[in-house]
Design a protein around this ligand. Structure first.
Ligand code: PEP
Ligand code: MN
Length: 339
């Protein structure tokens, strides 16, 4: 971080500012120019908020030269992180192929879908139990009962299970029953939840991108989880809000190379919540693999017309199967493996 002082700044100002930042644990190097003086901050500047320095009357402006995140930063961890979910690897050339219904609705539905996505090659089962719905009148999920049905489906198929945690009161339950804990787009900036998840969740966390989150805000949300003790974070791009209304959201494929450049964490793509239409899912899923993602999360329903949530964006099992045939070919072309 570099602090550029105003031309009017004097020696006392420099001393005051040096003391201010050195108290926060960094070293300083002062460069006195003919026109302007600058103070370089050396060391871990992640804990320093540039705004607290910028308010000083002697300061002209403050520039960050390194990112505010450390644990997620590729600069300090050049190799890809590979996350192991009950033997299924995600990242570093391994694809996590997550599929299943938006919501668990009953035993027959989740078992049927689990069997069919497994047969098509999925290696992780999804299914919402606690649902973050826009309307309080919409189906809110079956709660703990759904977790038990997911466990039955896991017993039947051997697929690890991924489902969304919305509330800290369910942390213990999720530690007991769930293999990947999803934090939904709407909770990406729920910092008290992120802290508790970092500290108390003992399973990998799938962190969805907020509806209007920048890359830095998203990575900082991952940093919250990591800084509180859980390093096993998988990022999931699920579409962002734009001016377009034809699609539910806009899939940001650039997120794949950007996240890979900035961080060492795996990034998976959810084309279902991005487009909001089932026929957009196969082309976007294939494009995502070509762009280098570490996996896909795809909504599959055995009877989308009657689905209690997100039917319009859900693939029927036969459509998912033919998509997976293509995904397998693309995985071979791009040198990706999947368990
Ligand atoms: C979901 O995965 O069903 C979901 C609600 O996702 P998002 O948080 O991305 O909207
Ligand atoms: Mn959904």
């Amino acid at each position: 971080m570099i602090v550029v002082l105003k031309q009017t700044a004097n020696k006392d100002d420099v001393e005051r500012l040096k003391n201010l930042v050195e108290k926060q644990g960094v070293r300083t190097s002062v460069v006195v120019g003919t026109e302007q003086t600058i103070i370089g901050l050396i060391g871990d500047t992640t804990i320093i908020d540039p705004k607290t320095i910028e308010v000083d009357e002697a300061v002209d402006h403050v520039m960050r030269v390194s990112e505010p995140y450390k644990l997620a930063n590729r600069a300090f961890h050049p190799e890809d992180t590979i996350i192991d979910v009950c033997g299924v690897k995600i990242g570093g050339g391994h694809l996590g192929l997550i599929a299943g219904p938006c919501s668990v609705e009953n035993e027959k539905q989740i078992i049927e879908v689990a069997r069919s996505v497994k047969a098509s090659g999925a290696n992780i089962l999804r299914g919402g139990a606690f649902k973050p719905r826009t309307s309080p009148y919409s189906f809110q999920g079956m709660g703990e009962e759904a977790l038990n049905l997911l466990l039955k489906a896991k017993e039947e198929t051997g697929l690890p299970i991924c489902t969304e945690l919305m509330d800290t009161e369910h942390i213990q339950l999720f530690n007991e029953k769930v293999d990947i804990v999803q934090i939904g787009a709407r909770n990406m900036q729920n910092y008290s939840l992120l802290k508790r998840v970092g500290h108390e969740i003992k399973k990998p966390v799938l962190l969805k991108r907020g509806l209007s989150a920048t890359y830095e805000e998203w990575i900082m949300a991952a940093e919250y989880i990591m800084a509180n003790g859980n390093p096993n974070v998988i990022l999931c791009e699920r579409g962002i809000r734009t001016f377009e209304t034809y699609t539910r959201n806009a899939l940001d494929l650039q997120a794949i190379p950007v996240i890979k450049k900035l961080t060492h964490l795996p990034i998976i793509i959810d084309p279902s919540h991005a487009g909001g239409k089932w026929w957009l899912v196969p082309p976007m899923a294939k494009a995502s693999i070509a762009a280098g993602c570490d996996g896909l999360m795809i909504e599959v329903h055995n009877d989308p017309e009657k689905a209690l949530s997100d039917g319009p964006q859900s693939l029927r099992p036969d459509k998912y199967d033919s998509l997976m045939q293509d995904i397998k070919k693309l995985a071979a072309i791009f040198g990706k493996e999947y368990e």
